[in-house]
Design a protein around this ligand. Structure first.
Ligand SMILES: [Zn+2]
Length: 295
């Protein structure tokens, strides 16, 4: 599953970020903004100075970002040992920076990155002809309305621990969460979940209690079940062969949601469950690294 069907080689992207001094180049450029438009995402980057005891993980947590998103904006930051005093560029959201492709429109870019054009336009300060564009991680916006309108359990779940496992037995991860390069094409893409290796036909179970918010076929996800767990937490189970639940159904941890399959466009060649965790934000449902929620 790809959040981005990305088109640029990673090396040129990194070069772009590292050589152009995006922040100073863009923020003063007094780009035409309408009164109702938010400040462009590129003007909202901040510089974080690493202090004692901080790690890339702790910094990412502090800003509610993924480590991969921060690493992508800081090409020198290859290793996890960030040094005290080092200045790190922090984006306002998980996402990437691209050069505005010549001859293309906002709608073209939106289509390429599977994000709503109006959202993309506003996040970039409603500029007419920017040189660079911040593309937030896609949230499959066509799903958003349906998902957010679904009922959310009102149980006192603040004390409930939100961890679990979507299969009966723990198994290997074929493809982890985050930026990945397709070995065949060299294409860089953002993998919004993890691919848990398991045989076709294996039952897939809810990792925690919640309400089914979506249960249907959806593009590259194939057959997809989405569960809202309350407290802005959501889990997604994709590439299913069959779905065993309907929208609105209350599920408990361990309830069977469907059967592992190969529907949609799986991101790993061997049969697997594509599993995602998302949290709600101003941008919609943002994909998190599921490994932090698995037990
Ligand atoms: Zn996947």
């Amino acid at each position: 599953m790809k959040s981005f069907s990305s088109l640029f080689p990673l090396s040129s992207f990194l070069l772009l970020v590292s050589t152009l001094g995006i922040i100073s180049a863009i923020s003063p450029t007094a780009l035409a903004q309408t009164a109702s438009c938010p400040t462009s995402a590129l003007s909202r980057f901040v510089r974080h100075t690493v202090s004692r005891g901080e790690t890339l993980d702790s910094i990412a947590q502090q800003y509610s970002l993924t480590t991969t998103a921060i690493a992508a904006m800081n090409p020198g930051l290859q290793s996890r040992d960030v040094k005290i005093g080092k200045k790190i560029l922090i984006p306002p959201y998980n996402g990437i920076i691209i050069e505005f492709p010549r001859g293309q429109t906002w709608a073209d870019i939106a289509k390429t990155y599977k994000i709503r054009a109006d959202v993309l336009f506003e996040i970039n300060g409603c500029q007419k002809n920017p040189q660079f564009v911040f593309v937030p991680e896609s949230n499959r916006s066509t799903l958003r309305t349906a998902i957010q309108s679904a009922a959310i359990p009102t149980s006192n779940s603040s004390s409930t621990k939100f961890t679990g496992y979507p299969l009966a037995a723990v198994t290997n991860v074929a493809l982890p969460y985050g930026w990945q390069t397709n070995p065949q094409t060299g294409e860089v893409f953002f993998h919004s979940g993890i691919d848990i290796v398991t045989a076709v036909g294996t039952p897939v179970t809810a990792i925690s209690e919640g309400v089914v918010a979506f249960a249907d076929s959806q593009g590259t996800y194939g057959n997809l079940v989405i569960i809202n767990h309350g407290n802005g937490l959501q889990s997604r189970y994709a590439q299913l062969e069959t779905i065993k639940v309907v929208v609105g159904k209350q599920v408990k941890q361990g309830d069977v949601l469907g059967i592992v399959g190969t529907s949609g466009q799986p991101s790993s060649p061997q049969p697997h469950l594509h599993f995602e965790i998302r949290t709600s934000s101003d941008l919609g449902w943002v994909a998190k690294d599921p490994k932090n929620y698995l037990k």
